[in-house]
Design a protein around this ligand. Structure first.
Ligand code: ZN
Ligand code: ZN
Length: 231
């Protein structure tokens, strides 16, 4: 597949990843539900799964509609960019890191600022957790101001198309942390946000409240004092 198509149409990225998402959910359902290897809270309850998918659809629709407006603002600000950044392997890695840093603060604000929690609470409104929980998203994110957190990247000089691509890549990768099927990823736990770290984030245990805001890298939580290990 030609990757440049994904850069000029970043909204296709989640469609490209969709077969992988479906495969993971079917495998988790078979192993967890049919073979009963997973706890009750990881099971696929039809009404809840349907709710998760409907929420995902509404979230995508609101993102697409408001994206038309927000992309114009991004392009306007990009015209006033501070630096000329040519995309290559190094600038791509820098963008992935910078966007993940911004995501950390977006997610932290989503839990600490009531206006933003009003949108993000949807993601935390289930008592269960499996891959389908990743689709449980709010259509109110554009109103809550999610797009504001990526503005610094555009002003620095990263092409808005690349910024949106990396934002969606980050969200796509976060699908894989919504599972109770994987206990630990060994040494990767140190650097990356993993199912174990994200179970803490979704936990209701007092020590887990407002912890592990990470998107892709867990280092931000460790740096800014919001890390909690799963017990
Ligand atoms: Zn959260
Ligand atoms: Zn989550």
């Amino acid at each position: 597949m030609d990757v440049t198509i994904l850069i000029s149409h970043p909204e296709y990225l989640l469609l490209v990843l969709a077969p992988l998402f479906v495969l993971c959910m079917v495998a988790e359902w078979y192993w967890g539900d049919r073979c009963q290897h997973l706890a009750e809270s990881a099971r696929y309850k039809p009404t809840e799964v349907l709710c998760n998918f409907v929420l995902a659809g509404m979230h995508q629709l609101s993102d697409l509609l408001t994206g038309l407006l927000i992309s114009q603002l991004y392009l306007m600000l990009f015209a006033w960019r501070l630096f000329e950044i040519e995309m290559n392997v190094f600038s791509f890695v820098a963008l992935v890191l910078a966007q993940d840093f911004c995501y950390y603060w977006f997610h932290r604000a989503s839990h600490r600022v009531r206006w933003m929690w009003a949108a993000h609470v949807v993601h935390h409104s289930s008592e269960n957790m499996n891959f389908s929980t990743a689709f449980r998203q709010s259509l109110m994110y554009p109103l809550a101001g999610m797009w504001l957190f990526w503005l610094p990247l555009v002003i620095i000089g990263f092409d808005p198309k690349w910024v949106v691509f990396v934002v969606l890549l980050n969200l796509g990768l976060q699908f894989f942390v919504h599972t109770q099927a994987i206990k630990s990823l060994g040494p990767l736990e140190w650097l990356f946000n993993t199912p174990s770290h994200h179970r803490v984030h979704h936990g209701r245990n007092p020590q887990y409240i407002d912890k592990n805001y990470a998107g892709v890298f867990i280092i931000w939580d460790k740096l800014f004092g919001s890390f909690e290990k799963e017990q």
